[in-house]
Design a protein around this ligand. Structure first.
Ligand code: 5AD
Ligand code: SF4
Length: 446
């Protein structure tokens, strides 16, 4: 399994591994040892299709070498590039056996059988009416065995159609998984030792799953139900859209201690003109007031975001408005990108595309500011005592690593028995991407 792209793909790869397990497949480290190779692709980044074809060229050699040794290999391409390019993949890379989109992973065993029978290629990039969620095996994902943190997909797809984005075309319309199924998976995860769950969805806060009471539940209600599962100490969710950040979810940040004070809430731009051109459905000031509401509800909440510079039509003033928004809000962390054309999306054909050199300059300025803010945020927690959930051993002997509430890795000296435990830690120092701390003695009950 070769996984590129977002956490959703990481989760999907784990689920594909699950559905293949009954057929006798198990993960291996190296492609040359694999009877089946699945390349799980991502379409968000620039020249995504080209990268897939070049990787396929490499995998083809492995497949041929193995064949010469009498060991056949099933080669499959999954994920968003498979969804978008479909037939094109089989045309340009006829040695690929299976092409499957993100909506059809539960049919993978059937495809493997069909590919073996037909001796030819199988393509399945439907958006089937059935919910793929309903067909995935109800077993505790073995990947989570022994893990303290895990992802759980609760929602897929997107109806927002931002001007620049392929997701609505590759992942299809928004769909939410039923509450009972989410809770059952979360319980199994907790029983296997998971203490922190990150709920995943392209538009996770648009979650609207069918509840056991027959009503539609939003994410706030789902989080509340999850927070009462024994053993589950922490809940996170990603990625959220500002438009779907309802008052109930904001209130949940105030009322549910398990909901961690860190929120990835992409804004993309701080210019109203560009936000409109992007079809984001809110203004820069609406984003500012949303942040204010969140901080009122949960004063220690830290924010993260995605930014795009150089969207078609972005002037110097528009870019300055983005810089102003960043200064006003103050982000703990962020991802930023130069706009790049995705064929078939509205922005691809828009006039006033921005020169590469201008995008480069803007990205540099934006990233310098964001880096400053990230450093300032990390510095601001030094001296605090905060709960750290320990996830494993650090690199140095006797060192353990855990996560702060704000998703920073924290190193402390301590015993292995800390794994899976949340303990107060005094945060002593910061490095570029992590913190160092000391365990604080918990008061013995008297
Ligand atoms: N160009 C640049 N960045 C993009 N993203 C999505 N599509 C594009 C594109 N065409 C970024 C957005 C999104 C993140 C996952 O990737 O910022 O939030
Ligand atoms: Fe893409 Fe916009 Fe949907 Fe996010 S909200 S997945 S950027 S279309």
């Amino acid at each position: 399994m070769i996984t590129w792209g977002c956490q959703m793909n990481v989760y999907d790869s784990a689920r594909m591994t699950d559905v293949l397990r009954p057929l006798g497949y198990a993960p291996v480290e190296s492609a040359s040892d694999a009877d089946m190779i699945i390349l799980n692709t991502c379409h968000i980044r620039d020249r995504a299709a080209e990268k897939v074809f070049s990787e396929l060229g490499r995998l083809r050699l492995i497949k041929e070498e193995r064949k010469a040794d009498g060991r056949p290999t099933v080669l499959a391409v999954a994920g968003c590039v498979a969804q978008a390019e479909g037939e094109q993949i089989l045309k340009r890379a006829p040695y690929v056996d299976i092409v499957l989109g993100p909506q059809t992973y539960h049919r993978l065993p059937e495809m493997v059988a069909r590919a073996a029978r037909a001796g030819g290629s199988v393509i399945d990039t439907d958006f089937p009416a059935e919910q793929k969620f309903d067909f995935l095996p109800e077993v505790a994902a073995p990947q989570t065995q022994g893990n303290v943190t895990a992802f759980l997909t609760v929602q897929e797809g997107c109806d927002k159609f931002c001007s620049f984005c392929v997701v609505p075309y590759t992942r299809g319309a928004e769909a939410s998984r039923a509450v009972a199924s989410v809770l059952a998976e979360a319980r199994r995860m907790a029983e296997s030792g998971v203490r922190e769950i990150t709920l995943l969805g392209q538009n996770v806060n648009a979650y609207h799953g069918e509840g056991p009471d027959g009503r539609i539940w939003g994410l706030a209600r789902l989080a509340e139900a999850l927070s009462s599962i024994p053993g589950l100490a922490r809940i996170r969710y990603t990625t959220s859209h500002p438009r779907d950040m309802g008052d109930d979810l904001i209130a949940a940040h105030r009322d549910l201690p398990a909901l961690m004070p860190f929120l990835h809430l992409p804004v993309q731009s701080g210019s109203d003109t560009i936000l409109k051109a992007m079809n984001r459905g809110h203004t820069a000031d609406e984003y500012r007031s949303l942040v204010e509401k969140l901080r009122t509800a949960r004063p220690d909440i830290a924010l993260s975001s995605d930014f795009i510079v150089g969207h078609p039509g972005e002037t110097d003033e528009d870019f300055e408005a983005t810089m102003a928004l960043i200064r006003d809000v103050g982000f703990a962390q962020a991802y930023s990108f130069k706009y790049s054309i995705r064929p078939g999306t509205p922005a691809a054909g828009a006039p006033r595309q921005i020169a590469e050199a201008v995008k480069d300059d803007r990205l540099q300025a934006l990233q310098a500011l964001l880096r400053e803010q990230q450093d300032a945020f990390n510095a601001s927690v030094v001296g605090l005592t905060a709960p750290v959930l320990f996830t494993g051993r650090g690199r140095k002997p006797g060192q353990m690593v855990g996560r702060s509430p704000w998703l920073q890795p924290v190193h402390v000296d301590g015993p292995d028995t800390l794994i899976g435990v949340e303990r107060p830690v005094r945060l002593d120092a910061r490095f570029s991407n992590s913190l160092a701390g000391t365990l604080v003695k918990e008061c013995a009950p008297t």
